[in-house]
Design a protein around this ligand. Structure first.
Ligand SMILES: Nc1ncnc2c1ncn2[C@@H]1O[C@H](COP(=O)(O)OP(=O)(O)OP(=O)(O)O)[C@@H](O)[C@H]1O
Length: 249
């Protein structure tokens, strides 16, 4: 079966700094894939290249077999993306953003209106329907970003830290939406720092450390008999060093 997302040998350097160093990962269809790594490990850079937002120095990314760079129209129709620090038209209301992006995606006006109403309601943004995005809180921005990712009913969702700054009630709603999406045959890749969340939601996990894949596979294979957090610290960390400083505190 064709993978939902297949990235092969992705490389990205910013000047001397190699942010992503030959990253190869396969996200099987129907899987809920968690990408974890420390701050600056290269998750956002990897995901940006995987969905065609950032051109790699080397390597390929395919979404259901469609190359993101040589066949972007096919690839981008199949994917919904929540980028990190999403740039949005800030002087539009949430509904206007959804309408604008839905029409750009080629959806019919009635379909956009119906889906926008439903998304704003499910994500509890109806109250902010008439508010400009520039006035949204960080969590509300995540939610409207998620709504834009879902609007065209993609087969793959790529979500960069979707739960960051989202309150627990909204997080529970989003978890429900994402689980339902996978149960309905969709595939998801999300990045997160929260191991418990990845353990709770995901069936596959990839650990990125200093731009490289430190481990990848099913959740069971990666964590073994340990918790994901213990395994993660074992793979990437020297966690105790932080505690040695700050003697003045
Ligand atoms: N536009 C840029 N210019 C220069 N360096 C960059 C740029 N974007 C990212 N980097 C560097 O590339 C590395 C990987 O960053 P990236 O944002 O991909 O990490 P991350 O795993 O998503 O981190 P976090 O968990 O903190 O969001 C970091 O060292 C970062 O400083």
């Amino acid at each position: 079966m064709t993978a939902a997302l297949e990235i092969n040998g992705l490389v990205k350097a910013y000047g001397e700094k190699v942010a992503v160093d030959r990253v190869t990962l396969t996200v099987p269809q129907g899987s809920f894939y968690g990408l974890v790594g420390q701050n600056g490990a290269g998750k956002t850079t990897t995901l940006s290249m995987a969905v065609g937002l950032l051109r790699p120095d080397a390597g390929t990314a395919r979404i259901f077999g469609a190359d993101v760079w040589s066949d972007p129209a096919t690839a981008k129709q199949l994917v919904g993306v929540l980028p990190d620090g999403m740039a949005m038209p800030e002087r539009l209301t949430g509904r206007e953003v959804l309408t604008y992006l839905g029409l750009l995606r080629g959806l019919k006006k009635e379909v956009v209106t119906e889906r926008a109403t439903e998304l704003l309601s499910v994500l509890e943004l109806e109250g902010a329907e008439k508010t400009l995005v520039i006035e949204y809180s960080t969590g509300m921005r995540k939610k409207i970003g998620l709504a834009t990712a879902l609007l065209h009913a993609p087969r793959l969702l790529v979500l960069d830290e979707p739960f960051e700054a989202v309150d627990p009630v909204s997080a529970a709603t989003i978890k429900g939406i994402l689980r339902g999406f996978v149960e309905g045959g969709g595939s998801i890749v999300l990045s997160s720092h929260v191991m418990a969340l990845v353990e709770q939601l995901c069936d596959h996990v990839g650990v990125i450390d200093k731009g490289r894949v430190a481990a990848a596979g099913t959740l069971e294979d990666v964590r073994g008999a340990a918790t994901l957090e213990d395994r993660f610290v074992e793979l990437v960390g020297s966690g105790s060093t932080a505690a040695k400083g700050l003697s003045w505190l």
